[in-house]
Write a protein that binds this ligand. Structure first.
Ligand code: LLP
Length: 429
């Protein structure tokens, strides 16, 4: 369930009137609900209760330090993929000892920093990286905690850009090569400590089956590695999908599809708990989208309307630099007016941004309320991979971010200025 709903004809986030908020703070504006974030986090934890699983929030989904602080205060660990993300977690008050560090291209500087900070584990994605970590740890007189990311070659049934667990993806080490890599490390790399095993098969999964297939395939491997090398944890990655469509039908949204036999927290738990429980390992999950996806909306203002021979366009002040998911993955985001339109006919329109690219759209051929120039729109389910993927393309300042808590709200990132755009740039003499 999320916390965006109409009250008296206006859209609210929790008890904050989004019309008033946007009039005051300007647009484009990212708004997040604290209540939704925490309720998703706790519901996932509860559903995995029999495993006593650790929830390691995937920082990349939404990496504002206020959100990270919220997660840290509620006991989350963190799945990080760069030195910059580790820096953010630490600045937010998170514990490096609860960070697992994934990614195929960790640099020496990042590995050193993570070792200095004492992270929980590196999730290693190749033999070459394992050797590099061993050498860097040796030079620091340390032993590095490592797990290997296994690529289980399982079909995740999601968009090809966010499928990660197939052999043709760059991620992880082939299932068949894993054990020899552990053997080699145990034999020849004295500065690594084999601490766990990790996998992640993809993002925005909407069926329980791929998770079930993957854990069934990998659990026996985890058991063998525990026996031979004494590993202590198995991280099954993130990837739990959310509902992007028809989200406001009943005022509040059930964020999973309880009635269409699709992925729900209970089918997820049913798929993984019985397989993982007998392992006796510390289990980690790494959700990003599930926690923040439906907790965030992007508020944008309609600048102009135009109708041509082929299409009607609603030109808004948020572009692909603010939310790239529609352009990059054909991602669908529900778009609704902030002022509720009762009994008005729908039109079919493209909602497009100001960027000089034809790929700059938030929706195409969308049946939607006929909002007028000057009106506000809310692009829903934009909390995950929204702001965190934004850029300054077309020299557009990045949006402001606001965190709502009941009837209160706080600016958690101020809007960038034009001066911010050129900060750090110099003209040679
Ligand atoms: N763990 C690892 C190792 C990952 O690579 C990811 C996401 C996650 C956890 C979290 O996955 P989630 O629970 O959020 O599905 N930008 C894309 C999604 C990219 C996901 C990358 N990895 C999008 O907007 O759909």
């Amino acid at each position: 369930m999320h916390s965006f709903a109409y009250k008296n004809g206006l859209l609210y986030c929790e008890n904050v009137n989004l019309q008033e908020l946007a009039d005051k703070e300007g647009t484009p504006l990212y708004v997040y609900s604290k209540h939704t974030i925490l309720s998703h986090f706790h519901r996932l934890r509860e559903s995995l209760e029999p495993l006593n699983a650790e929830v390691a929030y995937a920082v990349k989904a939404c990496s504002n330090i206020a959100i990270l602080n919220l997660m840290a205060r509620n006991g989350a660990g963190f799945d990080i993929v760069s030195g910059g993300e580790l820096f953010r977690v630490i600045k937010a008050g998170g514990d490096p000892a609860k960070c697992t560090y994934a990614g195929v291209g960790k640099t020496e500087k990042e590995i050193r920093y993570a070792l200095e900070q004492g992270i929980y584990c590196f999730n290693v994605e190749s033999e070459a990286e394992m050797r590099a970590i061993n050498d860097i740890a040796a030079s620091m007189n340390l032993t590095a905690p490592v797990a290997v990311r296994v690529n289980p070659n399982v079909e995740a049934g999601t968009h090809k850009y966010i499928t990660t667990g197939k052999s043709e993806n760059k991620f992880g080490v082939d299932f068949e090569q894993i054990e020899s890599l552990y053997e080699m490390a145990a034999r020849a790399l004295p500065h690594v400590h084999l601490k766990g095993l990790q996998m992640h098969i993809g993002s925005q999964l909407t069926q329980a089956k791929p998770f079930m297939e993957a854990v069934r395939k990998v659990a026996p491997l985890a058991a063998r590695l525990k026996e031979k090398h004494g590993i202590e944890f198995f991280s099954i990655g993130g990837g739990i999908g959310i509902v992007y469509q028809n989200s406001l039908e009943s005022g509040v949204q059930e964020w999973w599809n309880e009635d269409c036999a699709q992925l729900t927290l209970s089918t997820y738990a049913q798929a993984v708990v019985p397989v993982l429980q007998p392992l006796g390992l510390h289990i980690i999950v790494e959700p990003g989208r599930l926690i923040v996806g439906n907790a965030g909306a992007l508020i944008t203002r309609c600048l102009y309307e135009k109708s041509g021979k082929a299409k009607t366009f609603k030109i808004v002040d948020a572009g692909m630099n603010d939310l790239i998911r529609p352009a990059l993955y054909q991602g669908y985001h529900e778009i609704i007016p902030v002022r509720e339109h009762l009994s008005e006919s729908c039109i079919t329109a493209d909602v497009v941004g100001p960027i000089c690219e034809s790929g700059d759209f938030l929706a195409q051929d969308r049946k939607m309320t006929d909002v007028r120039q000057g009106e506000l729109l809310a692009v829903l389910s934009a909390g995950a991979y929204g702001f965190s993927m934004s850029s300054n393309y077309n020299s557009r300042p990045m949006a402001e971010e606001v965190l709502v808590d009941g009837g209160q709200w706080s600016v958690i990132r101020r809007r960038q200025t034009w001066e911010d755009l050129i900060a750090g740039e110099t003209i040679p003499e």
